[in-house]
Write a protein that binds this ligand. Structure first.
Ligand code: GDP
Ligand code: MG
Length: 448
């Protein structure tokens, strides 16, 4: 996974105040590979990587993140932005009915989505009408009628079985769509969902028909439905529908499969249109509002890294970080007070073992972490609290009798006080090194 591959990249990176070209290149190379694995179209990957690189170069290194994490965060932010940023809702017409038209290739999942949308909207108190304007496939109308029945939503169709006060023009999908909307207005349905025909490949006649339907019903939303498994073809298909019909939003279907969802990025990137819904199965309830942030996560296949980054940013007290940074710059001594302050920061980050285990950079420390006992922080805290302020600032003065007193005060063995002071000495050295090389302060000293 990307997490694994980034592990080695992280290892080679050190904070240098600003992200360097080499830092960015190393990370972007891995990101590019992850995007290709997720089946994002090649030209989209190329453009995306170039854009991320440009944005990342020269950016200040955040106190909470190392450079690789920071590049990952930029990548994630960009993915979310391209996928539509905030989740976008259906735009309801000022004067009902709201007309929603579905477009896309045959088998993309339009008719299934029509049923899902109808059920979902009905559940929200709307009274939708489904319109069967796919007259291409013999059983397309029946399929929509079955879905409508399951959803408890009526279907307007050019069929003897369906009565309409309007003369449904059999064989003409444009007329059916127009009549369907008229019927909805007449019967006070506040939403109309128009299902249309697709073909296996892009073809001019189909595109013209969709464009004609669009012109006839003047929809408030045109949803382009695309199979998440489509892979590299996503760009061509999306572009053709974008130019041929023009759509207002994207629905990604069959996300229940193995697809990592790269098509979402391809489509959103070449058309600039937001992804609004995800279809995740054949059942009418397998339908979700699309969340760009979750999708970004799925595309990157980053597991918990993004969560870690978020937590680290939240937990890292800006003032404390600034104070630490100043200490580095001033080459001041790292004291037991600082040591304790760091422990408390880490405790703020939640279960620190779990957290560190999630860090790709922590792979090398894994064994030590396995043996790490979180109660250790309590003991360290107790020991440091049993020291006088002077002892905390100048640990060198802590001789044998002071050690015995501190051990008694904190209810531990003298050997534990010794071990702590030993580890603190190492941490102090490590902080000096970090001061020269940068990186996340707060981690050293705990790897005991
Ligand atoms: P249309 O030609 O665009 O109308 O596509 P359909 O709605 O008829 O769907 C084509 C096939 O894909 C049908 O067998 C559906 O059951 C199936 N399908 C549609 N959406 C999904 C989905 O989200 N997940 C899965 N697994 N199958 C789906
Ligand atoms: Mg269909």
């Amino acid at each position: 996974s990307l997490s694994d591959r980034l592990t080695s990249t992280f290892k080679n990176l050190r904070g240098k105040g600003r992200l360097s070209e080499a830092d960015v290149d190393a990370t972007v190379r891995e990101i590019r590979r992850a995007l290709l694995d997720a089946d994002v179209a090649v030209p989209v990957v190329r453009e995306f990587a170039a854009h991320v690189k440009e944005r990342a170069l020269g950016e200040e290194v955040s106190a909470a993140l190392n450079p690789a994490q920071q590049v990952v965060k930029i990548v994630n932010d960009e993915l979310v932005r391209i996928l539509g940023g905030e989740t976008r809702r259906i735009r309801l017409a000022k004067t009902p009915p709201t007309v929603i038209m579905l477009a896309g290739l045959q088998g993309a999942g339009k008719t299934t989505l029509a049923g899902k949308l109808a059920k979902w909207l009905k559940g929200q108190g709307h009274s939708p009408l489904l319109v069967a304007a796919d007259l291409q496939r013999p059983n397309a109308v029946t399929q929509l009628q079955v879905n409508g029945q399951r959803a408890g939503v009526p279907v307007f169709a050019p069929h003897p079985g369906v009565q309409s006060e309007f003369e449904a023009a059999t064989g003409d999908p444009v007329a059916v769509a127009r009549d369907g909307v008229a019927e909805a207005r007449q019967k006070l349905h506040d939403v109309v969902i128009v299902d249309t025909a697709g073909r296996l490949g892009i073809d001019a006649e189909m595109m013209q028909q969709a464009a004609d339907i669009r012109a006839a019903v003047n929809p408030d939303e045109v949803l382009f439905v695309i199979d998440a498994m489509i892979g590299q073809d996503a760009v061509n298909t999306a572009q053709a529908f974008h130019e041929g019909v023009d759509f207002t939003g994207v629905v990604l279907s069959k996300l229940d499969g193995d697809a990592r969802g790269g098509a979402a990025l391809s489509v959103a990137s070449v058309t600039g249109k937001p992804v609004m819904f995800a279809s995740t199965g054949e059942g009418l309830d397998d339908f979700e509002i699309f969340h760009p942030d979750r999708m970004a996560n799925r595309i990157l296949d980053m597991g918990d890294i993004l969560t870690l980054i978020e937590q680290a940013e939240k937990a890292w007290d800006k003032d404390e970080a600034a104070r630490m940074a100043k200490k580095f710059v001033d080459q001041e001594d790292f004291t037991l007070e600082d040591f304790l302050a760091q422990m408390q920061q880490i405790r703020n980050m939640g279960s620190m073992k779990k957290l560190l285990m999630m860090m790709p950079g922590a792979a090398g420390m894994r064994e030590q972490l396995e043996n790490f006992d979180e109660r250790e922080i309590d003991r360290v805290e107790a020991i440091v609290r049993s020291m006088t302020p002077h002892e905390r600032l100048a640990p060198k003065i802590i001789n044998g009798s002071r050690r015995a007193r501190i051990a008694r005060g904190s209810g531990v063995q003298v050997s534990e006080v010794n071990a702590l002071l030993e580890r603190f000495g190492q941490a102090q050295k490590m902080m000096k090194k970090l001061a020269q090389g940068g990186g996340i302060p707060g981690m050293p000293g705990l790897a005991g």
